[in-house]
Design a protein around this ligand. Structure first.
Ligand code: F6R
Length: 613
């Protein structure tokens, strides 16, 4: 949902910040990519230069020769449209009437219409349909009334309502960038002779790893050698909040792969292992399980892929800890919060730690006295910060818009919590629980094997599937949650319709669509006799309607009848199924997208982190 970057630098150390802005912004493109823009104070002349248009960052950079300019300080923005269609006028940065103030913003200013009316009545001329433009005009208005610039900015912040991460630059103070955060994420990067603000850490990795995550209601400014943060008029002591991130620069680059999505799929064996080791050494899963064990009611929530990981948590908690867990999609929290009370625990799953629906669910539950366990991939993001316990996945930055490696690392973390919960509750004996923990060590190996064994069938299947418009993905037991995630992955990157159902449910309506050659996937939750027997009936029902039946399963599934394509992903059981089944499906989704000419890293209409409701 839009990415913003701002840099101020000492010209003796960093003579031109434009390259940093371009590079930083490229690393935020996953947050939105329908328009891009830059504003900087030009070296020598001190003029404010604004270059922006609809289209992707590289097109705007090339089209406007952005890298030919020199700036002493500047802002950049990549947009995912909320107010106003993608166009040059609506692209950020937005300016005031005098062209002396530039603003970039991520979020939604709820009361912009009334502010705009007020400003128009005072003669301000608006050129865009965006909510953001009011910020530039408001600042201009307060300056024109003789306020000091920081006081003018304070007044702006006190007037705007809603969700925002804002950065503002004006010609009067070329060495200062003002910022404010409420709900939408914003991080300060501390450099040597420069400082940055950005929506996310990856954009700053080539320049600095020392960061301070801003909190709601904080605002202030950065200068090359100074950071000042304030909240409600009081200075904030931020130095103890400085975190050094361990992500490497390479982790946010493609490393020879044509797309981030492919790189991130292929990284899974390694990051699963790193997550596993991190969970063991930190004790986070055990701490989370202890908190959950005290609860009288347990919920799990998330959006999209994170919700699917949550479904698996509910499943494994029932299976391994005899603990009922109520799963709900985070945007639907309004119904479930009524059940929350002191004594409840909410498990909030969010790779970014910033998804607004999940954050709102968390806050609603907390306000009713519930406690929260966060499962997240981004250290110091908002959801972990506001939670009672945090379990971090160690997947490294995920840049491809479709979640891949973060899904399986979430599942690993959540399964570890379920096992520990089973241990704490006495449902699993100590050696049984330790055996399960040890089995999860192989998650990375299973993922690697899945990719190796499956790739040939995947290539063949892509040729067939790309000629179809629609398909079903079915499963039973744990296979149901995997089917939901598989269907999401296929549809979001290939734009082919894929629908998931519990296999048993398919007879209750969906089967009406099945005709000759209609693809139906079956994702097996295990290779047990009982599981295979149950799935066999569903396969035959589909085959009887001439469907193209595709089974993803362990070697034992070769005995199933009526199967057109069998993708053998190696041995696994109910607890390790996700790591064997999902990678090959992710690869299929990726290859399907590429063969249909889609950009799998930036699917249309999507943004990686959804920070508006
Ligand atoms: C799908 C996908 C989204 C996210 C969802 C939640 O591939 O990436 O469905 O899973 O937007 O995001 P987080 O996990 O950051 O809260």
């Amino acid at each position: 949902m839009c990415g913003i970057v701002g840099v101020v630098a000492d010209p003796d150390l960093v003579p031109n910040v434009v390259g940093m802005l371009v590079e930083g912004l490229r690393r935020l493109e996953y947050r939105g990519y329908d328009s891009a823009g830059f504003a900087f104070i030009e070296c020598g002349t001190g003029r404010l230069i604004v270059l922006k248009d609809r289209g992707r960052i590289d097109d705007v950079v090339k089209g406007y020769g952005v890298l030919r300019y020199c700036g002493v300080s500047g802002l950049a923005h990549t947009r995912w449209a909320t107010h106003g269609k993608p166009s040059r006028e609506n692209a950020h940065p937005h300016t005031d009437c005098g062209g002396r103030v530039a603003v970039v913003h991520n979020g939604i200013i709820r009361n912009y219409a009334e502010l705009r009316d007020l400003l128009e009545s005072r003669g301000h001329k608006f050129v865009s349909e965006t909510d953001t433009e009011v910020v530039a005009h408001l600042f201009e208005e307060f300056l024109s009334r003789g306020l000091e610039p920081f006081e003018a900015f304070r007044r702006v912040v006190s007037l705007i309502e809603g969700a925002y991460a804002i950065a503002l630059l004006h010609v009067g103070e070329p060495n200062r960038i003002y910022f404010a955060r409420n709900v939408s994420p914003l991080v300060i990067g501390l450099g040597e002779g420069f400082n940055m603000v950005s929506s996310d850490i990856p954009s700053m990795l080539p320049y600095t790893r020392r960061v301070v995550a801003l909190r709601d209601g904080e605002y202030g400014f950065i200068e090359p050698y100074r950071v000042y943060i304030e909240k409600d008029g009081e200075a904030v002591e931020w130095r103890r909040r400085v975190t050094t991130v361990t992500w490497s620069v390479e982790s946010a680059e493609k490393g020879g792969y044509p797309h981030f999505m492919l790189k991130e799929i292929m990284e899974q064996p390694r990051v699963l292992y790193e997550t596993y080791e991190g969970l063991l050494s930190s004790g986070e899963a055990i701490d989370a399980a202890k908190l959950i064990a005290e609860a009288d009611l347990v919920f799990v929530t998330g959006a999209g892929t994170s919700f699917h990981a949550g479904l698996l948590f509910a499943y494994y908690s029932a299976l391994l800890a005899s603990t009922p867990v109520i799963p709900f999609i985070s945007s639907e929290y309004g119904i479930y919060e009524r059940l929350a009370r002191p004594g409840s625990v909410l498990v909030a799953v969010s790779q970014s730690g910033e998804t607004i629906d999940t954050l709102k669910a968390l806050r609603a539950f907390k306000s009713r006295g519930a406690r929260v366990v966060a499962v997240s991939n981004v250290v110091a993001s908002t959801i972990p910060r506001e939670s009672d316990r945090v379990v971090y996945t160690r997947a490294g930055p995920e840049i491809g818009v479709a979640a891949t490696k973060t899904f399986l690392t979430q599942v690993l973390a959540l399964t570890m919590i379920s096992v520990e919960l089973g241990r704490v509750r006495g449902v699993l004996g100590d050696s049984e629980a330790s055996g399960l923990v040890a089995a999860l060590r192989s998650a990375g190996d299973l993922a690697g094997r899945s990719l190796q064994l499956g790739v040939r069938e995947v290539d063949r299947l892509v040729e067939t599937l790309k000629t179809r418009n629609s398909m079903y993905v079915l499963g039973r037991d744990i296979g149901v949650a995997l089917a939901y995630e598989a269907a999401l992955k296929i549809k979001e990157v290939s734009y082919l319709h894929a629908e998931a159902y519990p296999a048993g449910e398919s007879k209750h309506g969906p089967i009406a669509l099945v005709e000759k050659g209609f693809p139906v996937f079956f994702l097996l939750g295990s290779g047990s006799e009982e599981h295979l027997d149950k799935v066999q009936g569903n396969v035959l029902e589909m085959k009887a309607r001439d469907a193209l039946t595709i089974v993803v399963g362990p070697p034992a599934a070769s005995r199933l009848k009526g199967v057109d394509v069998f993708i053998n992903v190696g041995e696994y059981d109910e607890v390790t199924a996700p790591y064997a089944v999902m990678p090959v499906i992710q690869l299929l989704a990726y290859k399907l997208a590429v063969s249909l000419g889609r950009d799998p890293d930036k699917p249309r209409n999507l943004a990686k982190t959804v920070t508006v409701e």
